[in-house]
Every structure is written in structure tokens, then in C-alpha cells.
Design a protein around this ligand. Structure first.
Ligand code: MG
Length: 203
């Protein structure tokens, strides 16, 4: 299983971190060991003092493929949920300043929390999916797939030029504005529309 992630896919989020709006998708990967098994505890990592949540829509790849054309891309995923791309923001800032890769800040064990998948139904409007994240019952992030710079299909087509897509791979499609810090004891809960799909407590 591979976990693809898109960075800076929402204009407001790119700006809140002082980044340019990209003209091609910004892609990075997390290894399988980054996948937080459902209902497993999440422990605050010892190598950061600034752990951030990033709530994102996540797609489940359902078909193997390479060089997928955008017009066929929707056949390559069959599930959607919300996930949290946990980020050691202090480390990421240091790495970015040096122009170094982000893995140490992004790809560590259990850094990819993934909610319960909803099956994608025919006719689902991918350009109008609302999702949000609550921290301790307070709304902290709110997004709509229509705000994405690159659509699901564009991301799938782009990624598949470089990497084989395999059944079970996951794609984190980017976070909207409102990323922020979480601390030990925080209770995160993420929704698509009114469906609560993910709960994570920071231990
Ligand atoms: Mg992210």
C-alpha cells in the first residue's frame, strides 16, 4: 500500500503557510507504516513540539493502473473518507528552509489517520463535498472539494504518470485553510457532510 499526498491543493491553505499556489500538483508519499490502524492510539511524537492536523478528503484506489487519462480516472477509486495528514510543522519548516525533502516531518509512523470509507455512488458530485474537522468539539477546519486547485481525476492522472496505482493505495487530496496545532489530550473528529468518519485522541 502506498499513501499519496497532495500539498497546497487549496489556495487559502497555500497562502496561510506563505506558499505559492502551484501550477502542477505537489506530491509526496507516506509509507505503509504511516497508516494509523483504525482505533489504534495516536501518540504525540517525541521529535516535534508543533504537531499540526490537516484534515483532507482521502480516496481509496480500486484498480491497478499507470498513465491513466483524466477522462478515465474516476474508474480508479471507489471509496472516499476524511483523513488527517499529521505534520510536524516545526520540522517541516526547517526542512523547507533548507530545500530538503519533507519525509521526516510528514511520513513518520502513524502520521496518516484514515476514516471509515464511504462507497462512491454513481452520480456523486465530486465538486461539492463538504468536510470538516472538530478539535474538542470546536470547529477548526472546513472545506469543500469544489475549492481544490486540482480535482480528484487530475490528481489520479498526474500521480499515475510517475507511480503505478495499486488497489488499496490511498490518496490524501490536500487540506483547506485552518490547519493548526494539537496537543496531548485533544479529541479530533472529522466529518464528510453530517457523517462522522474519524475520531483520534492525541495521547
Ligand atoms: Mg496535507
Amino acid at each position: 500500500m502506498k499513501i499519496f499526498c497532495v500539498g497546497r491543493n487549496y489556495v487559502d491553505h497555500a497562502k496561510e503557510l506563505g506558499n505559492d499556489v502551484p501550477d502542477e500538483p505537489v506530491i509526496f508519499l507516506k509509507p505503509k507504516s504511516a497508516f494509523l490502524q483504525p482505533h489504534m492510539p495516536f501518540y504525540y511524537p517525541e521529535f516535534t513540539n508543533e504537531l499540526h492536523y490537516e484534515a483532507e478528503l482521502v480516496l481509496r484506489v480500486s484498480k491497478n493502473g499507470k498513465y491513466v487519462q483524466e477522462k478515465h480516472a474516476s474508474k480508479y477509486y471507489n471509496g472516499i473518507t476524511v483523513g488527517i495528514d499529521f505534520t510536524a510543522r516545526d520540522l517541516q519548516q526547517k526542512l523547507k528552509e533548507k530545500g530538503l525533502p519533507w519525509e521526516l516531518a510528514k511520513a513518520w509512523d502513524n502520521s496518516a489517520a484514515v476514516g471509515k470509507f464511504m462507497d462512491i455512488k454513481p452520480g456523486m458530485n465530486f465538486n461539492d463535498i463538504n468536510f470538516c474537522l472538530y478539535n474538542n468539539k470546536e470547529l477548526v477546519q472546513q472545506g469543500n472539494s469544489g475549492q481544490m486547485i486540482f480535482t480528484f481525476d487530475q490528481i489520479v492522472a498526474y500521480v499515475s504518470q510517475f507511480f503505478s496505482l495499486n488497489i488499496g493505495d490511498l490518496i490524501f487530496t490536500g487540506t483547506p485553510a485552518g490547519v493548526g496545532e494539537c496537543v496531548v489530550g485533544d479529541q479530533l473528529e472529522a466529518f464528510i457532510e453530517d457523517d462522522s468518519l474519524l475520531e483520534v485522541e492525541i495521547k
